[in-house]
Ligand binder design. Structure first.
Ligand code: BV8
Length: 251
């Protein structure tokens, strides 16, 4: 199995003390969840993000935005972690300092049992008050769509980061530090368009880390510091973890 991967990459992974992983919607594709920008299947092939994932969109049409996210909450809740998610659990178990950064809001890394997960864009399973910007766990189902905050009567919204909104301060600080201080940075299943998450891989590269891009729209390449692997994450990650850390495969 390990003949698939450059020996330099396997040696680098085995030596690595600190590995940071950034994931995007592509890692959940093999769990049956659509990504954002893939042609046709992408969620945003039919909608524009600015019509759905911004505070102004919510102010314009709160019902549309609430119902769009409710649809995706149902799909994400029904989805299960796939072999790519499970491979990252095994990687976390064998790497001394492992940090998993995700742009995804589906909670699949936590359901796969990764421990150190940093959610950069929030989590669709959580709800907050649009007015107070504070969490709301339960509310009366009065038929209002969106439902209303039990404290102030304001509209409820998903606890995700919309375009034009700041990322959670602590999450972004942790992500920046984890990108700067790692020996290896994986970028898995992300188109690398959305900032500030998209800059993390470059920050790692500029600090001398080895960067591994796993995606379907890269051309395979292996240079001293940058590896590009064009393959479905659900196939390549289990094989790479097994090749680099044979003991991890048994976990
Ligand atoms: C902010 C939650 C400060 C809601 C999302 C420069 C600096 C700072 C900001 C900006 C900047 N330039 C522009 C901005 C503004 C904006 C931005 O980045 N716009 C983009 C469109 C240019 N950023 C922001 O607004 C951020 N806030 O910076 O605050 C600020 C404030 C005011 C004004 C300016 C700045 C907030 C961004 C967060 C937005 N929220 N999601 C929701 O889910 O609806 S973003 C959304 O995109 C998701 O979180 C998603 O995760 C994320 C990134 O998409 P990807 O995950 O990469 O998914 P995509 O479909 O694009 O790609 C999937 C990839 O997987 C593909 O490459 C595909 O080939 C691959 N793939 C598919 N299948 C597989 C696979 N790979 C492997 N295996 C497979 N099986």
């Amino acid at each position: 199995m390990s003949e698939e991967f450059p020996q330099t990459l396997l040696d680098t992974l085995r030596r690595a003390q600190r590995i940071t992983v950034l994931t995007g919607a592509g890692i959940s594709a093999e769990s049956g969840l659509p990504t954002f920008r893939d042609k046709l299947t992408g969620l945003w092939a039919h909608y524009r993000p600015e019509d759905l994932s911004t505070p102004d969109a919510f102010r314009r049409d709160p019902r549309l935005v609430w119902e769009w996210f409710a649809t995706h909450r149902a799909a994400m809740t029904a989805a299960a972690p796939n072999p790519a998610h499970h491979a990252l659990v095994r990687m976390e178990a064998v790497v001394p300092q492992f940090t998993l950064l995700t742009q995804n809001i589906d909670g699949l890394h936590q359901r796969a049992d990764n421990r150190r997960v940093v959610e950069l864009h929030g989590n669709i399973a959580r709800t907050k008050c649009f007015v107070e910007d504070l969490p709301v766990d339960t509310w009366d189902e009065t038929g209002d769509v969106p439902p209303r905050c039990p404290r102030c009567g304001g509209l409820l919204r998903p606890d995700v980061v919309w375009f034009g909104e700041l990322l959670p301060e602590q999450a972004l600080a942790t992500a920046s530090a984890a990108a700067k201080q790692c020996d290896v940075f994986f970028s898995i299943g992300t188109s690398g368009i959305v900032e500030p998450a998209a800059s993390l891989a470059y920050r790692a590269l500029s600090r001398g880390a080895t960067v591994v891009l796993i995606n379907l729209d890269v051309v395979n390449d292996a240079s001293r510091q940058l590896y590009k692997i064009n393959a479905p994450a659900g196939q390549v990650l289990p094989a790479l973890v097994e090749a680099a850390w044979p003991t991890a495969a048994a976990l």
